[in-house]
Design a protein around this ligand. Sequence first.
Ligand code: DGJ
Length: 736
Amino acid sequence: MKKIFLIVSIALTALIFPNFSMGELLNLSTPKTSLVLDASVGEPLKILYYGDKIKEADVDNLKVSPLLNHQAYPAYGIYPQNEAALSLTHADGNRTTVLEVTGVEKEVKDGAEITTVKMKDKFYPVEVKVNYRVRPGYDVIETWVDIVNNKENNITLNRFMSGYLPIRYGDVWLSSLYGNWGNETRLTQEPLTHGVKMIKNKDGVRNAQTSHPEVMFSLDGQPRENEGRVIGAALCYPGNYKLFIDTDASNHHHFFAGINEENSEYHLKAGETFTTPELALTYSEEGLSGASRNFHKWGRDNRLHAGDKERKILLNSWEGVYLKVNEDVMAGMMEDIAKMGGELFVMDDGWFGDKYKRNVDNSSLGDWIVDTNKLPNGIGGLLKEAKKNGISFGIWIEPEMANTISELYEKHPEYIVKADNRDIATGRGGTQIVLDMSNPAVQDIVFEVVDTLLTSYPEIDYIKWDANAPIMEHGSQYLSKDNQSHLFIDYHKGLTKTLERIRAAHPEVTIQACASGGGRASWGLLPWFDEFWTSDNTDALQRIYMQWGTSYFYPAIAMASHISASPNHQTSRRIPIKFRADVAMSGRLGLEMQPKDMNESDRAVCEQAIADYKKIRPIVQFGDLYRLQSPYDKKGVASLMYVTPDKDDAVFFWWKTETFVNQQVPRIPMAGLNPDKIYRITELNRIDRTPLPFEGKEYSGKFLISNGLEIPLTHNAPAGQNSDFASRVLRVTEVK
Ligand code: DGJ
C-alpha cells in the first residue's frame, strides 16, 4: 500500500518538478550540474552521480554503471570498519543504525526546490531525512539532515555529519585554507593520497582563524584556476567542524563534512529532532575560479546579508588610535575621511566602561556604557558630527564577551562559560571570559545590548561585532550535568537565535563579523552579517596571499580590505601608498589609519583610489572573479580580474610580489571577457608621469584573452614615489 502511494506521489511530483525523474532515481539538476540519487524504497539512499549536467538519456544507465556507487548518508554499525556520516547509540545501548528509504517529498520554499529523502531505521523509531535544496539559476546544491527521535527514550548522537560525498578515486587534488592570527586563509594544495586528511576546528567561537570548513577538489590532477573539473564544498556553520577525506582501498575518496562531534555527543529525547548545518556543494568545469564564481553568486544572492547592496567606503579607527578614543580625535577622523571621499566612519574598541574604563584591553567588556571622560557628548555627539560631515557612523562591540574586571561579571558570574570545580580560564588581557550563549538569559542580554544601542541611536549605520576569545574551558553553568556535551553546539544555536532576533528588529544596519581578525569569515554567519574583517594583518603584500585564499569561497563584497599606515603595524614593512591602495581596492575598500599622519602626496593617492573605487565598485562587489596568476606559484607577480555578468566592463589587478633586476615575470592572459567584443583600457590609480603605452587603446576580447598586455615592471613616478613595489589597476571597458 505504502509503495503504491509512493509511486503515485512520485508520478505526480514528476509532473510538477522537471528536476524529478520517474522511478526511484532522483535527478537534481542545476543549470550546469546534476546530482543523481537512487531512492528505492526499502533500500539505503545511494548516490550515483555528481558532476556536469547529465542528459536524461544517460540517467537510466547510471543504475547499471554509476559514476559513483555508495550510500549517500552512510550510518555506523554494520561493517563498522567503514567511516560513517551518522553514528548513534539507541536507548538500549545498541550502537548500530540500519537505514532504508521510506519515501521522497518535494516542496518549493522561497523559490527553491527542496527534495527530502526520508529514511528510517529498520528496527528502531529513528528517522533520518536527507534534504537537498536546488535554487533556480545557481550551480550549488545545499544538503543537510534531520535526525528525528520518534519515540525512543534518550538516544545519543555520536556523529552527525551534514553530508557525505564519494569522489571517484584518481589524481584528485585538495585545495584548502589554513592559517593563524595575522596569517589567515593561506591556500594549500595537495594530492589526496591514501589515509585520512582531516581539517578541523575546536575553537568554540572563531572557526575560521586557523583552518576553514571549505574545500575544493580538482579531479584532473594538479589544480588549475580556469580549466578542469572541480568539486567545491562549503560547510555553512560557525562552530566547531570536522571535514575529512578517507582515501581507502575502494574506488572512492570518501568526503565527510559536519559539526565536530568530539566531546559533543548530543542527546535527543523522544520527539526531538536534530538538524545539521547545511553543506553547500558545487561543481564546475571552469577550474577553481569557476567553482569560486558559483559560490560567490550563490552566496551573494542567497546567503550573505544584503548581498545586493553596495558597501560603503569606510575609515575604521583601530590602527589609527587603538584604545585612545576621544571626542576630538573621532571628530577629526570623521572630517578627514569625509574630505577624502569616504562614506562611513567606524569607532573601534575603547569607547565604553563606567565603573571600569576601557583604557587597556583587560576590562569593561560587558559594560556597554559610554565612557563620558572620553566622549562627554556620548554617541549622540558623535552622530551629530558624522551628520555634519555628511557621512554615516558605525561602532564596535564585542557582545558575547566580558572581562573579570567588569560590572557584568560582578553581577552575573553565572553567565560565563566555566567548568565546575576549576579556576576561570581567561584570554586577552588575562581577564577576558566568554558569555555562555547556550543560556537564554545571556541570549537576552546580548540581544538587549545591540537592540538598545540601535533603538537609542537609529542613525547608527554599522556595527563591528568582534569576538576575541575561544571557549577556554568545557563547562556550562546553565546546561544540566547530563548535557554538558551540548555546550559547543548550543553556544551556536543560542548565538544564531540571537542574531535572528537582532536582524528581525534591525534589518538595515550593516554588521561586520570580526574575530581577532578573520576568525569569523564563515558562511555559517553571513546570513546575519554583511561582511567580515579578513585579518588583523593589513600588510598589503601579505594580504595578497590571504585575500587570494579568501576569494576561493567568499566574494569581494564581503571581504573587508583596508589601506593602513607604512611601516605596517604588524610586519613593519614599508609599502608605498599606491600598492597598499591597489590591494585594498580588490576587496571591500576601507582605511585603517589616522589620516592626520599621512603626508600630502599619500593623501592625494588615497583620495584618487577612493574616487576610482567608486567607479569600479559595482564590478568588484558584484562581478565575476577570474583568478589569473596565483601568488603561491611564486612567479614574481599575482593577478586577478573581475568582470560584469554582461562582460561589458572589467577591472584587472596586477601586483608584483617580489623585485629583482632584469626579472622575468609572465605576461598574464586575461579571462572572462567576450572574445568578440572590443574593450578600451584605462589605468586607474595612476602615479606614473607618462601614461601606459596601451592607455586609451582598444583591443578585442580575443586578443586580451590570448595574450594579455605587457605590464611595465616598475613605475615612472615623481621623485620619492618609486620603490621596489609595483602594481596596476586597469579598467577594461567595452567600446559600444
Ligand atoms: C580585534 C579586531 O580584529 C581588531 O580589528 C580590533 O577591533 C580589536 N579587536 C579591538 O580590540
